[in-house]
Design a binder for this molecule. Structure first.
Ligand code: GUN
Length: 283
């Protein structure tokens, strides 16, 4: 049976460190890190994320603002809010919760957020910096995965890493971070031929395709590390990952559960990025 990587516990440890660093930073500079979260429309999942982000800010001692805008918000109104937050010295990080309602252009918002306040690391300037390995922020979910590996004592160097999923938010940056950590990286996606065969090569398998319980034991090598980035809702309302935990766990050496694996780390990394942004603002 695999070691279960406890994302809640690791996340709590990192938040305690961030809280301590925040106190020290505030004492020295008289600045409290500030995060603004924007949400447009009434997507219930997004509302839960935003509530959790606020709670995390309170926990680590940040200042936070939440903007809950109606679904009818226009691009001009959203742009104006981003401009206001870009200019606000009390705000060091701006996060606009995606997806946005269809009439709004996500790209336009991403481009408008000041790269220095882009704590999601979605702006092309930050994406480019990650590519060349010279960055301030890492995108929250892939950074959370790397922290889980590190704190579980899993060395990536020389390992076969298979990332399944090629989104801009997870798959692509995840592959880059594993590469920076000296992994041998393969990216798979919906058009990959012989997916199961490629997955079976993985020493470290990152599942990020958004299909409930998709990865079964026959797709996993004995002793592999399996990281489940999926967050899917089953018909019965229960939360489940991309990995069929029951069949895969006995075969893996390490595995992350859903919930309680990667999920809690994402917000923790957002806190880390916000603290970094505040520190960079006084450099
Ligand atoms: N929606 C789902 N995940 C994320 C994320 O990491 N950042 C933002 N802004 N929106 C999201």
């Amino acid at each position: 049976m695999a070691n279960i990587i406890d994302g809640k516990q690791i996340s709590a440890a990192i938040r305690a460190e961030i809280k301590e660093e925040t106190l020290a930073f505030e004492k020295e500079n008289g600045i409290r890190p500030g995060l603004a979260v924007i949400i447009v429309g009434e997507d219930p999942a997004s509302q839960v994320y935003v509530r959790n982000k606020r709670r995390a800010c309170d926990e680590v001692g940040f200042y936070s603002e939440a903007y809950e805008l109606p679904a009818s918000t226009t691009q001009e109104e959203l742009n104006a809010l981003v401009d206001k937050l870009n200019a606000d010295p009390a705000i060091h990080g701006i996060l606009c919760q995606l997806p946005l309602p269809k009439h709004l252009d996500e790209n336009e918002v991403i481009l408008r957020i000041d790269p220095k306040k882009d704590v999601d690391a979605f702006h092309p300037a930050n994406v480019g910096r990650i590519m060349i390995g010279d960055y301030s922020f890492l995108p929250c979910t892939p950074a959370g995965v790397m922290a889980l590996l590190q704190r579980s004592g899993i060395d990536v160097t020389g390992k076969e890493c298979v990332v399944v999923g090629r989104s801009n938010i997870v798959g692509k940056p995840q592959a880059m971070l594993l590469l920076h950590a000296n992994g041998t990286v393969t990216i798979c996606h919906s058009r990959t031929k012989n997916l199961a065969e490629v997955c079976r090569r993985a020493d470290i398998l990152i599942a990020a395709i958004g299909k409930a319980d998709f990865f079964t034991a026959d797709m996993v090598k004995e002793g592999a590390v399996v990281i489940d980035v999926g967050m899917n809702r089953r018909a019965d309302g229960k939360l489940t990952g991309d990995v069929d935990f029951a069949s895969v766990a006995p075969k893996a050496s390490y595995i992350t559960p859903v919930p309680g694996g990667v999920g809690p780390m994402t917000i923790t990394m957002l806190m880390k990025n916000t603290l970094t942004a505040a520190k960079d603002s006084v450099r």
